[in-house]
Design a protein around this ligand. Sequence first.
Ligand SMILES: [Zn+2]
Length: 223
Amino acid sequence: MLKCRLILFLILLLSPLTVNTLSAQCPGDDGFPYWIWSPVDVADYTSFSFAASYNAVSGWNSIQGNIAHTVFGPFDDITMFDDNSLPGGVAGRTTRFSQAGKGTCRYMLDTCGHCMSAQVTYDAYVRLNANLIRQAAAIYGLDSNLIASTVMAHEIGHAMGLSHIGSDLDSCDSVLSVMHVSVNRLIECSVFNPQIPCDSNGVYALYPFRVGDYCPCAGVSCL
Ligand SMILES: [Zn+2]
């Protein structure tokens, strides 16, 4: 009987700890704005191989089904380019813009009935520190396009609205998401793509329903 109680106690003690550790290592929600149309078109103007952005996009498409990305679309929703002036140690940075801040459709309805407000994404810029990425590739003896693809996948996650997770001190068994804050840990733990279940669940939390096709601006005010 005593033995049974001891085992139960350990299970009770360990269960919440395990759950908390896992949830703490999965990305959360960075808040508005969100995309309301898909596929989200990623335009790659970086110095890296086209395969890098194609792989990043494919990675997100393969782990979830509610928001699609493409590198073949006409919209340049996410524009990616080199920026070697990013602060030291920063491999990439994403800036999101809402419909309220940009575009001729702001505070108009689209033909599907969505209001083009601050809650709706207009576009995003992704800047990559190409010099830093190439330095990291040389240090780790890996293809710079693989590192670039990993950073691109991470930044596309930010463009969707996913937040950072983790710290430089995490062991590999707790590096469970491409949204991990440390690109060094991503490389060292061979996390080069979005992961199931952390990243897929993160997307499903932000986009619980399939993001539908583009709807043109109706020109009707929704202020
Ligand atoms: Zn980040």
